[in-house]
Design a protein around this ligand. Structure first.
Ligand code: NAP
Length: 255
C-alpha cells in the first residue's frame, strides 16, 4: 500500500546527522516534519529547507532536552505547529554522545546522559500520547553499543539499553491503540557532521574490517530503516530492535 501522504512526524535531534536524514527521507512522502533541535538553529533551518526540497513541509521546534521543563517546552512547540492535527510518527533520535569509560565519566556527565537519552524520550512519549493517533508509530534510535562490550562507552551503552527495554515494554502497553514501538540500532555511522570522529588514521579501515558489509554506515542507510519502521509496511512489527549496522561485530568474516 502506498504511504499515506500528509503524515505529521516529529524527529528529535534533526538539526544534523541521522536526525536530518530521517526528516528528509520521511519528507519525501509528503509529510509535515517537525524538526526538533536543541541549540543549532541554523542546522535546523537547513533541515527545514532540505525537507521542503524533498517534498515535505518542515517546521523547526526548539527545546533543550535533559533539563527541567524540556518535554513541556517541546510539546508546546509541537502543539503550536500541529494546531489540532494528530501526530502520526514520533522519532526519538536526539542523544548525548558517549562520555568515556568507567573512571572517566563523571557523575554529572552520567546524570546528563540519562536525562537526555532516557528520561527525555520516556516523558516525551508520555506527553505525546494524547497527540499521537491510534495506529501511530514510535521509533527510538538506539545503538549497537547495547550488544557490543565497548568499555569506552559503558555509561552511554547503559542509556541505550534502557531505551531498548522501554521499547519492548511500551510496545506491549500501546499495542491496544495500534501504536507500534520499535528501535533502530545503528553501528558506526559517518554523517556529514561527525567526520572528525573518524579522522584517526586507519580507523575507518579498522571499523570496516569488523563489518560484514565492509564499510561505515551513512545517515541515509539508517534513515531508510527508521522510515520503514515508521511506514505502513511495518505495521506488524512492534517491540523490536532492528540492527542497522551493516553487520558490525557479527563474527569472523572468513570460514
Ligand atoms: P549528532 O550528529 O550528535 O546529532 C545529535 C542531535 O541531537 C542534534 O540535532 C542535537 O541538536 C540533538 N541533541 C543532542 N543533545 C541534545 C539536547 N540535550 N537537547 C536537545 N537536542 C539535543 O548525532 P548522530 O550521530 O546523528 O546520532 C543520532 C542518533 O543515532 C543518536 O541517538 C545516537 O546515539 C545514535 N547513534 C549514532 C551513531 C553514529 O555513529 N553516528 C552510532 C550509533 C547510534 P543540537 O545540536 O541542535 O542541540
Amino acid at each position: 500500500m502506498a504511504e499515506r501522504t500528509g503524515r505529521t512526524v516529529l524527529v528529535t535531534g534533526a538539526s544534523r546527522g541521522i536526525g536530518r536524514a530521517v526528516a528528509t527521507r520521511i519528507a519525501a512522502e509528503g509529510a509535515t516534519v517537525l524538526v526538533h533541535f536543541g541549540t543549532d538553529g541554523r542546522g535546523a533551518e537547513r533541515t527545514v529547507e532540505e525537507v521542503r526540497r524533498a517534498g515535505g513541509t518542515g517546521f523547526a521546534v526548539r527545546a533543550e532536552l535533559g533539563v527541567d521543563g524540556d518535554v513541556e517546552t517541546l510539546l508546546a512547540g509541537v502543539g503550536a505547529v500541529l494546531a489540532g492535527r494528530p501526530l502520526d510518527v514520533l522519532v526519538n533520535n536526539a542523544a548525548a554522545a558517549p562520555a568515556g569509560p568507567l573512571g572517566v565519566t563523571t557523575r554529572a556527565e552520567f546524570d546528563r546522559l540519562f536525562a537526555v537519552n532516557v528520561r527525555a524520550p520516556y516523558f516525551l512519549i508520555e506527553g505525546a500520547l494524547p497527540l499521537l493517533r491510534d495506529g501511530g508509530r514510535i521509533v527510538t534510535v538506539s545503538s549497537v553499543a547495547t550488544r557490543m562490550a565497548n568499555p569506552a562507552q559503558t555509561s552511554f551503552a547503559m542509556t541505550k539499553g534502557a531505551v531498548e527495554t522501554m521499547t519492548r515494554t511500551l510496545a506491549a502497553q500501546l499495542g491496544a491503540r495500534g501504536i507500534t514501538v520499535n528501535a533502530v540500532a545503528p553501528g558506526a555511522t559517518r554523517t556529514a557532521d561527525n567526520g572528525a570522529a573518524f579522522e584517526l588514521p586507519g580507523l575507518v579501515e579498522r571499523i570496516a574490517a569488523l563489518t560484514a558489509l565492509d564499510r561505515l554506515g551513512t545517515a541515509e542507510d539508517v534513515a531508510e530503516v527508521v522510515a520503514f519502521l515508521a511506514s505502513d509496511a511495518a505495521r506488524w512489527i512492534t517491540g523490536q530492535v532492528l540492527d542497522a549496522s551493516g553487520g558490525l561485530f557479527l563474527g569472523p568474516r572468513v570460514a
